[in-house]
Write a protein of this length. Structure first.
Lengths: 114, 114
């Protein structure tokens, strides 16, 4: 069964450094998403992406964040100048078409900022 | 903004009984309501979606109801098994349809005791 994959599974970085989290969505899906989950907290929406542009973003997704689909398979989240409070699980998700709104999540990348 | 409340942080149920989880929401009239399962350290897994014009949806041992007047959804697991132990998340769609991110509740931690 097709699934969303994410790399790395765990990333440790120092405060102020840049990180890139990578995702490979399900191949025939058109909508891509990033969410984060701080330990013990709820899953929070960051950004959605469709047709090579951002469709919607939350208040969390400020200028520190950017997304890109550099080729036909990868979808990346870049966090510039990381802060301690960026430590969280980051989940990528994808969905198939408009109106089929169930989302399929990857296993997540645990980001630890020290 | 949308607010989602799920009934408790932990729910203990005896194996074989029916587990009932509650999701209440305010400040919004969603077109869909979804339920996801999340295991520790993993991404959410889609279970069921119910639309605003549907009262009830079933899938195997799962049943979801949706009362748009009460702004409430109930999620039932019949003949519960220890393998059903997980955190169950309620999620609402955004106002823009398929491209919007989901708003999640904090989840109910369900423990099925043998």
């Amino acid at each position: 069964e097709p699934e969303v994959t994410q790399t790395p599974s765990h990333q440790v970085t120092q405060m102020g450094q840049e990180v890139i989290l990578r995702c490979v969505p399900i191949s025939n899906h058109l909508y891509f998403y990033w969410y984060r989950q701080i330990l013990g907290q709820k899953v929070e929406f960051l950004v959605s992406f469709y047709n090579n542009e951002i469709s919607e973003k939350s208040e969390i997704f400020d200028d520190q964040f950017s997304v890109e689909r550099p080729d036909g398979s990868n979808f990346t989240l870049k966090i510039r100048s990381t802060k301690l409070e960026d430590s969280a699980m980051y989940f990528c998700a994808s969905s198939e078409i408009v109106g089929t709104v169930e989302q399929y999540f990857g296993p997540g990348t645990r980001l630890t900022v020290t | 903004s949308q607010k989602i409340e799920q009934n408790s942080e932990a729910l203990n149920i005896q194996e074989g009984k029916t587990a009932t989880l509650t999701c209440n929401y305010t400040n919004y009239s969603p077109a869909y309501l979804q339920w996801y399962r999340q295991d520790p350290g993993r991404g959410p897994v889609f279970l069921l979606l119910i639309r605003e014009n549907e009262k009830e949806k079933r899938k195997e041992r799962l049943k979801v109801t949706f009362d748009t007047t009460l702004k409430q959804s109930l999620f039932h697991i019949t003949a519960s098994q220890p393998a059903d132990s997980a955190t169950y998340l309620c999620a609402l769609d955004g106002p823009g349809g398929g491209a919007d991110g989901l708003t999640f509740g904090k989840g109910t931690h369900l423990i099925i005791q043998p």
